[in-house]
Design a protein around this ligand. Sequence first.
Ligand code: DGT
Ligand code: CA
Ligand code: CA
Ligand code: ZN
Length: 576
Amino acid sequence: MKNLEISAIFNKMADLLEIKGDNPFRIRAYRKAAFNIESLGRDVSLLSKEELTDIPGIGEDLAGKIEEYLATGGIGGYDRLKEQVPEGLVTLLGVPGLGPKTVAHLYDRYRVTDIDELERLAREHRLVELPGIGEKTEADILKGIGMIRRASARYPLGQALPLAREITAYLAGQSPVGLLDIAGSLRRWKDTIGDIDIIATSADPGSVMTAFAHMPGVREVLIKGPTKSSVVLKEGIQVDIRVVDEESYGAALAYFTGSKAHNIRLREMAVKAGMKLNEYGIFRERDDRRLGGKTEEEIYEVLGLQYVPPELREDAGEVEAAAGNSLPLLLEAADIRGDLHVHSDWSDGNMNLEELAMSMREMGYRYMAVTDHSKGLGVARGLNEERILAQRAAIDSLNRKLKGARLLAGVEINIRSDGSLDFDEEVLKTFDIVVASVHSGFKQSKAQITGRIVKAMKNPYVSVIGHPSGRLLGEREAYEVDMEEVLAAAAETGTAIEINAYPLRLDLAEPYIRTAREKGVTLAVGTDSHNRGQFANMRYGVAIARRGWLRKTDVLNTLGLKELLSRLGSKRRKRI
Ligand code: DGT
Ligand code: CA
Ligand code: CA
Ligand code: ZN
């Protein structure tokens, strides 16, 4: 649907006109049009020109721009405006306390086009030299910059989720909460999080607000209202909480879980069916009769939809699937039978093999693959052929003592910069499982790095490609790799692709997981654990798999031990 795209452009045009000091009525017209298009509840691309001009605030001129966008994917007037206003000024307009006139002055006087520059000037007290700016405004602008920085920062899921859980546990212990859930992108298990959203019910909302504002770890209270508060934690993460009525709980949870795009689709469906959906419930339009809203399930049911798990709520086809009763039956944490990527103290892990076996039992697994690094990775004390043999003997003897579970003899073999591997086939064929990963040469060209991984996959003994894009959230971008090509080669060679569950990796990223599934590629979820606390990260891998629409059958480590070994063997046999 193009409504959101068009309303965003109209808002940007209003910003640009404001900086230019254009006619206030014209600016207001763009804002009003943007608002009305966003909340329209009907797809603008299906409307005739006449129906377009029936939308409040939309006349011939704006209707023409909408049609232009629908026909060409752009708006000439917008492009011309962008040329007239220096880049960066629009971002400055987003700083609370900074109006368009001041932005224009800042530019005329100091050529300021970005926030860093603005911050420097404010700290040097040079903003007060501008017309209309006093000490107070300057201080407000500095505050506003802090807010913007927080709003644009995103935090890894693995950092935000433990904090959110601490907060909910604290609130449950310290205040009279009834129902209590984490909502927002965190409930959808998005790989990075803008802020933490919490929803609750309570007989005494005021004391929940007080407990919330005084929790340990709060650096700043932004808002403290009767049912709604926001704080900033010392980590810099913002947390929002809302206390709602019990009869509205499901509606509020759905609303604040989002995504925004998913919500908009649901609201459109409601409107089409003569209903109204908001954070208070779902109602019959005609007489406002409440049709549901106590639970999320009620809302989906009233809309005639299957219940959509939070991980799928991205307007990525899930609404259509739910309407057609064809949502996938998603992978569950309980489907996982073992971990396929684990390090021991033979390389850079801190657990010995006995401890791995113990953790395997604790996790309720049938198997766990010991995949220490190979010799090329000196920094991780990678193993050479001789050490592999010694480790193998230790694994075999331990397995003889284990009942009902087995440590698999594996390796995380280095894919060298030319695509060759650290061990030759004579050695490789002695492993139960071989995970092949890139640990160097991240700066290679796309063609090189793709070719390198594809070459590794052509090796009949390579079972899985580990952390396939190399990304480290908030630290390192993925290397340039043609993932489509890697996935095509994975399908062709029968190589599995890893979903690395280490929270800073979450690699493969979910859009590619979906592509992988469509191509018939098998995914292998592994935690890459180096210490005992990391096995539980499997839950992150499962969530990311779910966000990629994976079913149990798409995932290698849902197989029982015998089936797994036979599947791992099938690629080898195919070659012979
Ligand atoms: P984040 O925090 O950037 O990782 O992403 P979210 O999805 O948690 O977004 P957030 O915290 O701004 O808002 C939480 C949810 O509230 C969001 O997923 C949907 C809902 N919501 C917020 N603002 C709007 C809005 O303007 N329109 C609609 N329909 N829903 C909204
Ligand atoms: Ca959020
Ligand atoms: Ca929020
Ligand atoms: Zn690795």
